[in-house]
Structure formats: C-alpha cells, structure tokens
Design a protein around this ligand. Structure first.
Ligand code: FES
Length: 365
C-alpha cells in the first residue's frame, strides 16, 4: 500500500458542502491506522494527477476530529488546478497518493477557552479543532466565521447543530461580506478585545489572517495564545522518487556550501560534524553521535531509518517542523516560519543544519 513515504488511500465518499467545496472522505486501511492518526488542525498532502507533471502535491486541512474518520475539505480556487480537479473529477472508489498527517496548527490544551477565527475554507481545521475540543475539553469556544455570502458558508448545518447541542460552551458568529461588508481593522479589534485570556487560532485568506494577527498584537495577546495556519503551496514534489529528491538536494547543498565559502551565507555556517543529536518523535527517543551538521537534519534522520515527517522538502510548508530543546539549528531556506516561531525554537528539519555540537529536538510540539 505504501510507496516510499506516501500511501494509496481509497476515497470512500465525496460530500458536496457548497457549490464550490467538497469534502473528500478517505478509507484508511486497518494496517495503516496508526500512520494516519492525527491531531485536530493538521493537514494531509494529496498527490493530484496531472498530465504535465504526473502528480501535483497539495496540502489540505483535515475537517474531521480525531476518531471520526479522515476527511479533507477542498474549495475551488479560480486558478487552482488541483482544487478544480478534485471538485470536478474525484469520485468515491478512486485512489489518491497521500502523505501522513502533519502540521503544527493544533491546540496544546483542550481545556483553555478557544477563540477560533476562520475566513472561507479556512474553517476546515477550525472545524476539526472545535469538534475535538467540544468532545474532549472543558473550555468555552467561540467560532468567528467570515464569508462572502450565505451560499459560501461551509458546514453551516453542522455548526448550527453543534451550537444547539452545546449552548453553554459554543458560540458561532457569522460575518457575511454581502451583509456587513468586509470587517474593518477597528471592528475586528473591538470584537477580539472581548476575549481577553483566550487562545486564538486563525485560518483564512492572507489579508484576513494578517488583520487578525495585527489586532491581536495591538491587544498585546502573548505569542503563545496566537496561532495562525499558513497557506501552503508546495513547489516541490514529495511524491517523487526519494533518491532523486535527495540527489537534487545534495546538489543544492553543495551550491549552498560554495556560496557560504564565498562569504555570503544564507544561513549561518553549520558545524561540520560529528554532532550529537537526540530526537523525540511519536513517543520514541532516538540518539546519534555522527551527524555531519551540514547535512539537513531530515536527510540525516532518514538515512538512519527514522520516519520523520515531511512534505515539500523545500522550506515551504511546516510539515517537518520540530522544536529545539537544546543547542541551535540554522536553516538553509525558510518560507513559512515567522520571527516569533524562530524565537520559540521552531525549525524546519528539511532545512535545518547544526550550529552547536549537541542538539536536542522534539517533534511532539
Ligand atoms: Fe515542507 Fe520541510 S517539508 S518545510
């Protein structure tokens, strides 16, 4: 069933959510259920067939809560090849290449009060988090959900049901551009100001997320209570032959080294090994003492048979993110983590090289 690190999953059902969005429900073979365990808010990377390139890789957030099946929701975008192909062609019984769940947009505690902010199809991971927290947590939850108009509201019925079943804990607030216009910065700030002490998760179009983050910063909400999902557009092909990908990366690494030698390093010079590295992953501990710290951490771990998560391998998603517990790591390329993520010790292991002779990281963040 598995091809390298990807798996062929059968589509059990396609659920039409709106005129522009479908949920794709997957059948997970019983032998792979541990591989496809996920945390609420995580995403799957799908390999969508393409005449030109064979497969294009696209990441879509999981809409179901853990324990209630595995489904992603895909909204058609104007120029999006993969989202249109899924909406127009995919049907029950088809199979797709899929990478295991990954991502760090997931609450650490289900018992805190959660302010979940969604724009358009950004509601997908929000739905997974809300349903899971309602079932397993004790905090209050507010979902603020902005859409163009009533017809573009995904999960309208489900949200109504959840709110009716949990009146003490869940409040759903819809914002329709067709009725209220786009929310202004002042309106958002006034709304968010009511949720002092809550932990926020925000997913939606980039301008929406930016406005929310700016307002939260102005309200001095600390970093650990502000989370946002990044839009993921994968340039690389994680479904390609792994040997080929590694060979291509070795060439890139050599080019990087040459650049560094000329004194124009993208990242800081790495330790030329041997580096001692300890890794926590899925409840297991691994330790090695022979990492040439110039090699990317993900490549090194794979060479040791460690199944570390990844998707794009190019620093464009966060599938491979780990957190530094000891030592330090630089990155060759980073298109996704922000300054605050770096300050928190988060690094992309597909791009990470050692800056110290001992490094300890966890993937269990
Ligand atoms: Fe995408 Fe590392 S695998 S950033």
């Amino acid at each position: 069933m598995a091809t390298e690190d990807s798996y062929l999953l059968k589509v059990a059902e396609i659920v039409r959510e709106t005129a522009d969005a479908v949920s794709v429900v997957f059948e997970v073979p019983s032998g792979e259920s541990a591989t496809f365990d996920f945390k609420p808010g995580q995403f799957l990377t799908l390999g969508v067939p393409s005449d030109q390139t064979g497969l294009v890789a696209r990441a879509y957030s999981i809409c179901t809560p853990p324990g209630d099946g595995l489904a992603v929701t895909v909204k058609r975008t104007a120029e999006g090849y993969a989202s249109n192909w899924i909406n127009d062609n995919l049907k029950a019984g088809d199979t797709l290449r899929v990478l295991p769940p990954s991502g760090i947009f997931t609450p650490k505690s289900l018992d805190t009060d959660l302010l979940l902010l969604a724009g358009g199809s950004g509601v997908t991971p929000i739905m997974s988090i809300a349903r899971h927290a309602l079932e397993h947590g004790e905090g209050r939850i507010t979902v603020f959900y902005a859409n163009r108009d009533e017809n573009s509201v995904i999960f309208a019925e489900k949200l109504r049901e959840l709110a009716a079943a949990n009146p003490e804990r869940l409040q759903v607030i819809h914002w329709l551009e067709s009725v209220q216009g786009l929310p202004t910065a002042e309106q958002l700030k006034a709304f968010l100001a009511q949720y002092d002490g809550w932990t926020s998760f925000c997913c939606g179009p980039a301008p929406f997320m930016k406005m929310v983050q700016t307002a939260l910063k102005e309200l001095e909400v600390p970093r650990e209570r502000r989370h946002q999902e990044k839009f993921i557009s994968l340039g690389g092909n994680p479904f390609g032959d792994v040997e080929e990908v590694l060979a291509a990366q070795a060439t890139i690494a050599e080019a990087d080294d040459a650049e560094n030698a000329e004194g124009a390093p993208e990242d800081e010079p790495a330790v030329a090994g041997p580096v001692a590295v300890e890794v926590e992953l899925d409840g297991e501990q691994f330790s090695f003492v022979d990492w040439d710290g110039r090699q990317h951490l993900l490549d090194f771990l794979e060479s040791k048979g460690v199944n570390a998560p990844f998707s794009c391998r190019e620093g464009e998603c966060s599938a491979c993110a780990c957190m530094i517990l000891e030592g330090d790591l630089s990155m060759t390329r980073n298109d996704v983590l922000e300054k605050e993520d770096l300050e928190d010790g988060i690094r992309l292991s597909c791009q990470a090289r050692a800056l110290t002779e001992k490094v300890r990281v966890t993937y269990n963040g």
